[in-house]
Design a protein around this ligand. Sequence first.
Ligand SMILES: [Zn+2]
Length: 59
Amino acid sequence: MNASATQQPLNPGDQAAPGTPGSGEGICPLCSGCGKTPDGKDCPNCGGSGRIIEGIGGG
Ligand SMILES: [Zn+2]
């Protein structure tokens, strides 16, 4: 029950928390980085940021 104020809420498209080792920022595949859907609404996958956190490596 100790809410971390510094923790950013993850978007549905995020695969890892920001700053997670082995992860990196990537272009949202749903909106192609524009952060908007064709309807002009905020992209639900990335939360309108146009970018998601991808899990990279995974070796
Ligand atoms: Zn998006």
